[in-house]
Design a protein around this ligand. Structure first.
Ligand SMILES: [Zn+2]
Length: 203
């Protein structure tokens, strides 16, 4: 968006430009947010700025499941209350939030950080797949639930994972297609997601 430097203060247009680069925020929303922040108390704006900074400085990937964490292991891997015999494989960290929100799953996770996409040139080695066999050898796992998105890329990834994991003698299941094809896990409503999880099927 071109903002007229003769009529808009530099700091205002800079923030509008930065905000409009965020997903789901168009130029109008970016303007509204910027002028809202101008009116908020100093403390609130400072807290927001610090939260953004610490998000980048203090977080890293869990050394076991690659979820976002503040320490070596994420809270889920660190917990004694999770069922260590189950691993649910998801594409993105925010998919864990969606599944945790329904509270029906008590196992562990594995975050791929993407999906196999031949059209975009993303292969199995470009996402966190190669770490999976080692992880399955370290501790006994009875079931791997594949919860990749019901998209072409998600399906391709699921099939690849099944071929990789099934020969290890581990039960491999896939979320049932209660989810409409083409949607992404993080946007699914709770009911749809619960049904999909309950209706997961063996490959
Ligand atoms: Zn973890």
């Amino acid at each position: 968006m071109d903002l007229n430097p003769a009529t808009t203060a530099d700091s205002v247009s800079k923030l509008i430009q930065e905000l409009s680069r965020l997903p789901g925020i168009g130029p109008k929303s970016a303007q509204r947010l910027t002028y809202y922040l101008l009116r908020t108390p100093d403390e609130q704006a400072k807290t927001l700025a610090e939260a953004i900074l610490s998000l980048r400085q203090k977080t890293r990937l869990c050394s076991r499941c690659f979820n976002i964490t503040d320490s070596e292991l994420c809270p889920i891997c660190h917990s004694d209350e999770r069922d260590k015999g189950k691993i649910c494989i998801v594409e993105q960290p925010q998919d864990i939030l969606a599944l945790e929100h329904i509270g029906a799953y008590k196992g562990l996770y594995h975050v791929l950080h993407g999906a196999i996409s031949p059209t975009e040139g993303i292969g199995a080695d470009d996402i966190r797949i190669k770490e999976i066999p080692g992880r399955l050898k370290v501790s006994p796992v009875e079931e791997v639930i594949i919860a990749t998105n019901p998209t072409l890329e998600g399906e391709t990834t699921a099939m690849y994972l099944n071929k990789l994991i099934s020969p290890l003698g581990i039960k491999v299941t896939r979320l049932a297609m209660g989810l409409p094809f083409g949607t992404e896990l993080e946007y699914a409503d709770d009911v749809t997601l619960t049904r999909a999880l309950e209706g997961r099927q063996e490959f």
